[in-house]
Design a protein around this ligand. Sequence first.
Ligand code: ZN
Length: 253
Amino acid sequence: MSRRRTEAPGGRAGRVTAALAPVAAVAAAHIVPAATWLPRLRVRCFPRLAGTGRPDHVALTFDDGPDPVSTPHFLDELDRLSVRATFFVLGERVTRYPELARHIARRGHELAVHGWTHSRPWLPAPGRDLRETARAADVLYGTTGCRPRWYRPPYGILTSGRWTAARRAGLRPVLWTAWGRDWTPGATPATVRTTVLADLRGGGTVLLHDSDHVSSPGSWRAALAALPALIGTCHDRGWTVGPLAEHGLDRRP
Ligand SMILES: [Zn+2]
């Protein structure tokens, strides 16, 4: 029989367990809200967080830009299709490409906060979450003159720290109801369109990427080429396509 099994509750093992309990509680408080990342759970249990809006509308959103290589192609294609969208941008990249960020706004699109950098929140860092989210919102406002309303964390992992930071910055977290898996190496326009439409309903929010900054090189081309057929299908189904600002969501954070 092991020492662990014979140890009395108040023995060394008990003391170690007691010492670790606050750590476990902090870890759970940090990561449990991130379970909203699970798409089906999110759509069913947290429709507002998933971005479920008015049923005759589909919100089109792009993450990870701005990117001087790829974003201008999306702006041209969206112009051609007469569609406006929401771009969730990274604050650090807005400081690097401020003119491009202004250009997105001038072309009639909405900008929103995707974080300062595209980091993974494995360890709780509430202070950094607060600083970086507020900084990203401030930089977006200072650069474009428009105050951002929405927040989507990198990888869609909404920890308790990020949730709090978004609310303090006056931002409302919005994830997505349908994605195109356009960041994967084998993505094609057809797979992107099929993947989005498998989960898309009226009132849904679509996630695509206008940059390969953190995904497979050149993957943005599949998302770009998927747009005409995807938007055409939405129109055939009686849904208008536009930014989150027109999606009928409550804007309060
Ligand atoms: Zn991202």
